[in-house]
Design a protein around this ligand. Structure first.
Ligand SMILES: Cc1ncc(COP(=O)(O)O)c(C=O)c1O
Length: 402
């Protein structure tokens, strides 16, 4: 069947189709393939931000801290239990992914003082590599680089081959930012644990689009962005997860007053509050957190299992269309073919990817370019239709066919 007709059929059968109207679609003609980088604005977020700014900041003023104070823990609780498969009290929303990565990696390395090696995929997102290289340099530790297949991604065997008793910490993305390949989270967690190390997962490209079963996997530590599939807004605060059993054992490297037991007693000595709140640092940005709260509520309402199912169908359809329309024009798939091996985006490789991305944006189709040769087609399930896929890839076909 022609992809355009098939897209219409798939959209009619899509149980999540109604969620699109819950977002601001300022230009209905725009094809947005970047919801995996900056999720669209939920209508409810625009409204709630106006209320928080107008009524709470404007009206309640400092009295609003009575209910703002625990917002990082409350939003973290919803995110952890409804979206990330964590247990209660294991997730908090604060700071940026980069800062959280630094904090949790530091705590993990402090907890394994006799070990000198950090495992890190060479394909890891830049900030993760830079942070860990900085930490390794400052502490005289070695980074052992993992070279995974650039399309198929990291396997448990890749990790097993590099593991030994000197590995303190492995830092890995659950979903690779370029290829969308999924790393086997539970299997790798078990392997590293058996060897006596800790694993810190970057969930930026899986939170809100995949079933992340942190508790089931017994994951130790994780961080991730909220402005992608969770639609928290530009620069919205990130999350961090610390497995309950590790929360007392690990020591946060920054002892800020938001982690203090009786914060407003202003006592002479730092006494860390119990639980995940003990991983907070300083005053949270309430407007940013408000955006995260709304995004997480929407994802929880839509149900992450249904979102994951649609991500599989959307990416499968994009691959089907790319095979039919774009492969004859020199486009190669840069993502794994089996549904269970890829996240919510599809990477399309072409020697002219940089120029074609710019052309696409000019024609009202917004993907992003990843050097050297990838067009990243993000298919955020709550805001992308199958019709978008057919339309956007149709424009790419026209461009490539000249
Ligand atoms: C996998 C991954 N980790 C970390 C980050 C960066 O996080 P931040 O700039 O919010 O600290 C990103 C941003 O796109 C990312 O994709």
């Amino acid at each position: 069947m022609d992809p355009t007709a098939r897209a219409a059929e798939l959209d009619r059968a899509d149980p999540l189709a109604g969620f699109r109207d819950r977002f601001v679609l300022a230009d209905p003609e725009l094809v947005y393939f970047d919801g995996n980088s900056l999720g669209r604005l939920p209508r409810a977020a625009a409204e709630r931000l106006a209320t928080v700014a107008g009524d709470e900041w404007g009206g309640e003023l400092i009295r609003a801290w009575d209910h703002w104070l625990d917002l990082p823990v409350r939003v973290g609780e919803l995110l952890g239990t409804k979206v990330l498969g964590a247990r209660a009290g294991e997730v908090v929303v604060a700071d940026s992914t980069t800062v959280n990565l630094y904090r949790l990696a530091t705590a993990a390395l402090d907890a394994r003082p006799d070990r000198r090696t950090i495992l890190l995929p060479r394909s890891e997102f830049p900030t993760d590599r830079y942070v860990l290289e900085g930490l390794a340099g400052a502490r005289g530790l070695a980074i052992r680089w993992l070279d995974a297949d650039p399309v198929e991604g990291l396997t448990a065997a890749d990790v097993a081959a590099a593991l030994d008793a000197d590995v303190a910490l492995a830092v890995l993305s659950h979903v690779n930012y370029r290829s969308a390949a999924i790393a086997p989270l539970a299997e790798i967690t078990a392997l590293v644990r058996e060897a006596g190390g800790l694993v810190l997962w970057d969930l930026s490209h899986s939170a809100g689009v995949l079933n992340v079963d942190l508790a089931g996997a017994g994951a130790d530590l994780a961080v991730g962005c909220t402005y992608k599939y969770l639609c928290g807004g530009p620069g919205a605060p990130a999350f961090l997860y610390v497995r309950g059993e590790l929360q007392d054992e690990l020591r946060p490297p920054i002892q800020g007053w938001f982690a203090q037991r009786d914060q407003f007693e202003m006592g002479p000595a730092f006494e860390r509050r119990a639980g995940i709140g003990g991983w907070l640092v300083g005053t949270p940005g309430i407007l940013g957190l408000t955006g995260v709260a709304v995004g997480v509520e929407l994802v929880a309402e839509a149900d992450v299992a249904r979102i994951r199912a649609k991500a599989g169908e959307l990416t499968a359809f994009a691959i089907e269309v790319a095979d039919a329309w774009l492969a004859p024009l020199g486009v190669e798939l840069g993502s794994p073919r089996p549904i269970e091996r890829r996240g919510g985006h599809v990477s399309l490789r072409h020697p002219e990817a940089r120029r074609r991305c710019a052309d696409l944006i000019e024609r009202g189709v917004i993907p992003d370019f990843r050097a050297p040769d990838s067009i990243r087609v993000g298919l955020s399930p709550l805001t992308t239709s199958f019709g978008d896929v057919a339309r956007g890839l149709g424009v790419l076909r026209e461009l490539l066919a000249g």
